[in-house]
Design a binder for this molecule. Structure first.
Ligand code: FAD
Length: 472
């Protein structure tokens, strides 16, 4: 029966876009962190929305589950199939056309397989800013960004992917095409279907295209690295910048000493330029539409005030674009350094800024008491209260063995502190299969049951990315 289905896939897509040989499938089967590897009946590479719809109809008729996939850079195993070998991967990379850039409406309409960096470049070529920016931008795709409601470094000013999206085109679990591809900033016509699909991680529908917001390109950006002694000063510094720079503040990233030491170990050229690698290094970016002098002066004035108030002990302002890029690369390399170091336990969490100090103090102290020598790689988009609170084993211990013994208890320790502070166990990476088991306790029974009811209503056959986010 399966051979017949493979042939029908070939009839829809063209045989060369149905990958069934083991060697051809390998690149699609393991996630970026190499945490999950699955098997697949086939990898399907559609080019058009109609092709996606026809594939879904075929899968629905044969009860075959579909795992939608973009750049496969997600951190929660959402785009990796299970081990049954009965699921198909639907990778959207061939759907990579920009359909339109509407200058008056300040929108871009594009297909789900467009790579994020190429969208930024296309927008810039037309004098627009597409503000979504994250470490994986060279390979993640807009469909994946929408499906995970990705965050990144510009959320502070422009919001997350949900905030940037005005309309969607989606193929439903029945293979119907929902055309919600309107570039409207106001549309109060009942339930917001767009918001339902954003962040649903491929479990409710397959996003094939979107209308996204564009912004005017800033005329000037200034980037600085500053040293702080503790988290309280770092938060006070954020408040100061928010007061003085208001909407010109476009980046506020925190990196701890331990995070940057790991960076230096694996990427010596990414060493912290601040003397002695201080306890906390903060990367701050201001963007301005007025003039270079205006924003530079503003930055210097705020830094002087921060020095006078003893909030910072050192600062270096990037003297040119290339140095500013190096600062950002330093921030982005922490994730890569962790990957080089070996398996680690990630916690992508949000905490209200008012509780952040108590969260870090208590969690650090409990962690070090229970697991002496453990390395806490804590960094993140502090402006949004988003920490990447990651745990690496004590030096000299085998990371895999350490994780096997302590993973559950370490997650429980961190998540208990997150709940105490009324935070979230997933700030921007989603749920996927990684946090499936933790979701019910975190959301509460009512919210979790509502999510299951939605899943059952939209995908009664449970063929869209089953056992990701919620199991029904
Ligand atoms: C170095 C690095 C840095 C990162 N930094 C950040 C960061 O700062 N902020 C952040 O939020 N994330 C970050 N990530 C995580 C990741 O890049 C994002 O989650 C990204 O949005 C995933 O996009 P993707 O195309 O790779 O999606 P995939 O990994 O392919 O898929 C992710 C999920 O979306 C579903 N999906 C994919 N495409 C579709 C579609 N068209 N329709 C329906 N469902 C779909 C998949 O089934 C899966 O559940 C980082 C990752 C790396 C490797």
């Amino acid at each position: 029966m399966m051979q017949g289905l493979i042939e029908q896939f070939g009839a829809v897509l063209g045989k060369q876009y149905v990958l069934t040989d083991d060697a051809d499938k390998v690149p699609y089967l393991t996630d970026w962190r190499k945490r999950y590897t699955g098997k697949a009946l086939a990898v399907l590479l559609p080019k058009t929305t109609d092709e996606v719809a026809n594939i879904v109809k075929l899968c629905a008729a044969h009860h075959v589950a579909i795992v939608p996939q973009g750049g496969h850079t997600g951190f929660c195993g959402g785009a990796t199939p299970d081990n049954s070998g009965n699921q198909v991967i639907l990778n959207l990379k061939r759907m990579n056309q920009i359909r339109a850039i509407d200058s008056a409406n300040q929108t871009i309409t594009l297909e789900a397989g467009c790579i994020l960096q190429s969208v930024q470049e296309k927008a810039a070529a037309q004098d627009f800013l597409f503000p979504l920016s994250l470490g994986a931008e060279g390979s993640c795709m807009i469909g994946g960004n929408l499906a995970t409601n990705a965050g990144g470094t510009n959320v502070l000013r422009y919001g997350n992917t949900r905030d940037l999206c005005l309309g969607l085109e989606v193929v439903t679990a029945q293979g119907e095409i929902w055309n919600g591809i309107k570039g409207l900033r106001k549309d109060n016509t009942g339930y917001d279907l767009r918001d339902l699909f954003i962040g649903s991680e491929g479990t409710l529908g397959i996003i094939t295209a979107a209308v996204m917001k564009l912004y005017p390109l800033p005329v000037s950006q200034w980037t600085t690295l500053v040293a702080t002694d503790n988290i309280a000063s770092t938060i006070a510094l954020l408040t100061l910048f928010q007061k003085r720079a208001t909407s010109l503040l476009t980046g506020f990233e925190m990196m701890t000493q331990e995070s940057l030491a790991l960076n230096e170990k694996h990427f010596p050229h990414m060493a912290n330029p601040l003397k002695g690698n201080p306890p906390f290094t903060v990367l701050i970016e201001l963007s301005d539409h007025e003039s270079e002098e205006h924003v530079r002066k503003l930055l210097e004035t705020i830094l002087e005030e921060a020095f006078s108030a003893n909030l910072i002990s050192d600062a270096v302002i990037a003297s040119n674009l290339s140095q500013a890029n190096t600062f950002w690369h330093m921030r982005e390399h922490i994730t890569l350094a962790q990957a080089e170091e070996g398996a680690n336990l990630k916690h992508d969490i949000t905490i209200p800024l008012s509780s952040l100090e108590s969260f870090i103090q208590d969690t650090d102290s409990l962690m070090r008491q229970k697991y002496p020598g453990v390395r806490i790689i804590n960094f993140g988009h502090l402006g949004d209260g988003n920490l990447h609170y990651n745990i690496a084993p004590p030096l000299g211990l085998d990371p895999k063995a350490f994780n096997l013994s302590h993973e559950k208890a370490i997650h429980e320790l961190v998540y208990a502190q997150v709940e105490r502070c009324q935070g979230s166990i997933s700030a921007e990476h989603g749920v996927g299969q990684l946090k499936l088991a933790d979701l019910r306790a975190h959301k509460g029974a009512v919210a979790h049951d509502l999510m299951k009811a939605l899943k059952r209503a939209l995908d009664p056959q449970n063929i869209l990315n089953p056992h990701k986010v919620v199991s029904i």
